[in-house]
Each structure stands twice: as structure tokens, then as C-alpha cells.
Write a protein that binds this ligand. Sequence first.
Ligand SMILES: [Zn+2]
Ligand SMILES: [Zn+2]
Length: 150
Amino acid sequence: MQLTSGGSGAPRATGRCLCGAVRYEVRGPLRDVLVCHCVECRRAHGSVGAYSAAALDDLAILDETALRWVDSPESDHGARRGFCVECGSSLFWQARDLPRIGIAAGTLDRPTGLRVAAHIYAHQAGDWDELPPDGLPRDPDRDELEIRWS
Ligand SMILES: [Zn+2]
Ligand SMILES: [Zn+2]
């Protein structure tokens, strides 16, 4: 994760929180979106979490003054969630043992060119959460799921 601007060329994508206090650029490929129905996303987002991802080194936080982190206590990865302390937007999910960082897809500026690849943690979905009949994999084996980075 970079904390300064710089680098060359246009970023792959840009994004920000609701109030704009946290802004970021992605300077490499983005993963297609996983819609996460886990209990932590449910609480952190108030609904499902929809996450793209980028290599940690490709994410540049342009202003992190308002960025705070909270532990994601039930995660298998010792993860933490990044949010804006000014407006409460959920922006990032970062596992301590992974070289990539999850980016809340809704915080990306359009167009992203991304599509939903699968639903994960469907077994933890809220009882009001009827998964759409979209034919996408649900709770796939993550090692076998072929997912596009673009
Ligand atoms: Zn904000
Ligand atoms: Zn989740």
C-alpha cells in the first residue's frame, strides 16, 4: 500500500468514500467482484459486502487522514476493515497474511469494467437475504474458482 501519489500513467481505477475524505487509486489489475454474505460484512456494511481486490502494492491511498481500521474478529485471516471516520463508509478489507487487499466495489468510480464472479459465505446470509437466481457459483472452493483480473 502506498501513501503518496506518484507513479506514471493513468491509474487502472479510482475510488473514494461517500464524503470524499478517503480517496485512492489502483495502479494495477482489479479482481472481479465477490459478493460476500458473511456475518461480518453484514454488520459492517449493513448488507452484503461486494468486494473487488488489488495487489497491496497497487493500491495508493491518496489521503488516509480519515481512514481508520477495525479488526474483523471472526475472519480466518486475522483481517481488518478500513473505513472513513468522517462518513462511515466501508472501503477496505485486508488480511494480514495475503498480498492483496479487498476493495469495496461500490466505492470504485464508474466505469470499473468488473462483473460479479461468485457469492461467498452464502451459508451465513441473513434470513432476509434471498440470493439472486443469477446462476453464479455459491460458496465455491476458492482454489478452484477461476476469477478474472483485469
Ligand atoms: Zn468519508
Ligand atoms: Zn464477508
